[in-house]
Write a protein that binds this ligand. Structure first.
Ligand SMILES: [Zn+2]
Ligand SMILES: [Zn+2]
Length: 200
């Protein structure tokens, strides 16, 4: 009997994967395996086969924040009027008391792209297909990179799964769809994942 103790936390969430050496494994338009990684705050796609390199243009968020000069309450609001984005200062009404005041416009990038997820087998930044992508009875089966694929195989092949003894509310298997974990699909899933592991 194979016993498997799941990892705590979410090591395969994109926020952990992107800064890691492996990054997200994607299929380059040349057909080879490329990767998306985060370096010095920049998201970069590279393919070592055709030497392509693309940098993700992040969408900035513009905000005004500070204490109201009338009611002294704090606010932090996102601007939605594009004409205001290029201004250094805007006239803004306090959301609490409505007093208009001059506020500096702050441009922010932080964390915007970490909230995105994989959709229809594609990563959300360049829209590239994942390299480890297949389907099982019409449902997508994918892994973010080779380490994730190995994890999935170990997880699904185990007869007994155990949560880690330390107290994490989520484990690495948290985001796996139910059909991948279902015991009746186990053999089929193992075959499929093994095939994915051996693809070149
Ligand atoms: Zn390429
Ligand atoms: Zn106010």
């Amino acid at each position: 009997m194979k016993r498997f103790v799941d990892y705590g936390g979410e090591p395969y969430a994109l926020s952990w994967i992107l800064p890691s050496p492996e990054g997200i494994a994607v299929r380059c338009d040349c057909g080879s395996e490329g990767s998306i990684r985060c370096r010095d705050g920049e998201l970069i796609f590279t393919c070592s086969q055709c030497m392509q390199k693309k940098i993700y243009e992040q969408e900035a968020v513009y905000r005004v924040s500070g204490h109201c000069n009338q009611c002294d309450r704090w606010f932090n609001e996102q601007l939605h009027d594009k004409r205001q984005y290029t201004h250094k200062i805007v006239n803004y009404a306090c959301p609490h008391c409505g007093t208009m005041q001059a506020m500096p416009v702050k441009k922010r990038f932080d964390g915007v792209y970490y909230n995105l997820g994989i959709r229809d087998g594609r990563e959300p930044y360049f829209g590239l297909e994942l390299y480890f992508l297949s389907s099982y009875r019409g449902k997508p089966v994918w892994a973010i990179n080779r380490a994730h694929l190995n994890y999935l195989l170990t997880y699904i092949a185990a007869d007994q799964r155990q949560r880690p003894s330390y107290a994490y509310t989520r484990t690495a298997s948290y985001r796996l769809p139910r059909y991948m974990k279902d015991a009746k699909n186990r053999e089929g899933m193992i075959k499929l994942l093994t095939r994915m592991q051996n693809q070149t």
